[in-house]
Design a protein around this ligand. Structure first.
Ligand SMILES: [Fe+2]
Ligand SMILES: [Fe+2]
Length: 440
């Protein structure tokens, strides 16, 4: 058990009949709140980092964190003293808010993975030491899994962290953790150093206006009508005369470009602080699904001969949606882009099946299944997000108005990203035909 001398004053000491349970439930509650805030704030890194594989990895870690939080809440709810509701106490929020303040995204990334995540791992280890192995076996079983996950996360992120990073944020966050007595309040409180200044007192966080794609070439959109200019020629997708190998390459480009959904969906977590946890849980799943869909293309295209350095990334959707409110972003995604994609994708799936490419059929079938769930999430959560933002219009009216506003904003912010590459150097419909072994 946690002894009273090892806790600090911010944790209420329990002396009653159920003290043993309540103390452990209190720790589970803290762990739940910590995972929640990790999900809400670490997602801000996703549009800020340029490495595609790093974006995918962050989506995976966020999804796994959502799983931890959900199981912690489920187990905690079985125990006296876990508490009701999903809210997070202010000092935990403050720590995570501080982590995302540096202008350099690599500094924030280091803050999360050099300080916060190791502290989360220590907290889970502390829980295992503090609890009774037999009495609290159900929690122990979960926490052992989480320790293994956290250890793996630190291994997986290692290639993306600088060998020796000496960012000021790291000592800064350590001081905050010391002042909290550790994430679980398990050690004595140490006062913040003299002259300590909170970054969040002088700067608000705001999402980047343009998402980062690192060294990859970029453009406004990969969809178009000109095979000499655009990689996805809209008419060809549904033309029965288009060779199925061309369709397969084009759908992989389409899937890879779902990276735009990764970048703009990632912004919704931070903007919905008061959301019920179940909403963020489904958003985390949605986010991870989109990153896997993008990876379908990212992994398969090189196998079909595409040099990914010739494939421009389309930025229009992020660049337009970032000027819209979080409910508008979520409405466009689920009620327009996703719900509207099924008929075309069904035709594409039928054409790809001609190739007897089992892997392509599998990827497309899972994509379709995931997308059906995403539209369900939209119906479930858009009304809740509207409430969070005080929006009183009926959902349908809101969606129609949002569609119109998107059209207006597209004129202002769309089509502004010039091609990084000249047409002869980039992947186009014509080049796709050549890779498919034919000239169209
Ligand atoms: Fe998708
Ligand atoms: Fe989706």
């Amino acid at each position: 058990m946690v002894t009273s001398s090892s806790t600090n004053a911010s944790v209420k000491s329990n002396t009653g009949r159920m003290a043993a349970v309540q103390e452990m439930a209190g720790l589970l509650r803290l762990l739940f709140e910590i995972e929640r805030e990790f999900i809400r704030t670490a997602t801000t890194l996703i549009p800020r980092v340029g490495d595609v594989e790093l974006k995918y990895l962050l989506c995976q870690h966020v999804w796994e964190s959502a799983g931890h939080a959900r199981l912690l809440r489920e187990r905690g709810s079985e125990m006296s003293g876990f508490g009701k509701g999903d809210s997070v106490r202010p000092d935990i929020t403050k720590l995570f808010e501080e982590t995302i303040r540096p202008a350099d995204e690599t500094e924030s990334l280091a803050g999360f993975y050099r300080i916060i995540k190791p502290a989360m791992l220590d907290s889970y280890r502390h829980y295992l030491e503090a609890t009774h192995h037999l009495a609290d076996w159900p929690s122990r079983h979960l926490v052992q899994e989480f320790v293994a996950d956290e250890e793996r996360h630190l291994e997986e992120i290692r290639p993306y962290l600088a060998e020796l990073d000496t960012y000021p944020l790291l000592d800064h966050l350590s001081s905050i953790l010391d002042s909290m007595g550790g994430l679980l309040r398990e050690r004595p409180v140490v006062d913040l150093p003299d002259g300590f200044c909170w970054l969040q007192d002088s700067q608000a966080y705001s999402h980047p206006q343009i998402c980062n794609r690192g060294d990859y070439p970029i453009c406004s959109s990969v969809f178009g009508h000109d095979p000499e200019e655009d990689p996805i020629v809209r008419e060809w997708l549904e033309d029965p005369n288009t060779d199925a190998r061309v369709i397969r390459l084009m759908i992989y480009v389409w899937l890879m470009m779902e990276l735009d959904a990764v970048d703009y969906l990632a912004t919704v977590f931070y903007d919905t602080k008061e959301a019920p946890f179940d909403l963020h849980y489904d958003l985390a799943r949605h986010l991870w699904d989109e990153s896997r869909h993008s990876a379908f293309g990212f992994r398969q295209l090189p196998r079909l001969g595409v040099d990914l350095n010739t494939l421009e990334h389309s930025l229009d959707l992020y660049n337009i949606l970032i000027h819209m409110s979080p409910p508008e972003r979520y409405a466009m995604m689920t009620m327009e882009f996703e719900s509207g994609s099924f008929p075309t994708k069904a035709k594409i799936m039928d054409r790809v099946r001609e190739l007897n490419d089992f892997e392509a059929d599998t990827l497309l079938a899972f994509d379709r299944n995931d997308e059906q769930n995403h539209v369900r999430y939209g119906h479930r959560w858009l009304p809740e997000i509207l409430k969070l933002f005080g929006e009183t219009r009926p959902v349908e009216e809101f969606v129609n108005a949002t569609r119109e506003r998107f059209g207006e904003l597209a004129k202002l912010y769309g089509g502004k990203v010039p091609h990084s590459l000249p047409s002869e150097k980039r992947l186009t419909g014509k080049r796709i035909c050549a890779l498919a072994g034919l000239e169209k």
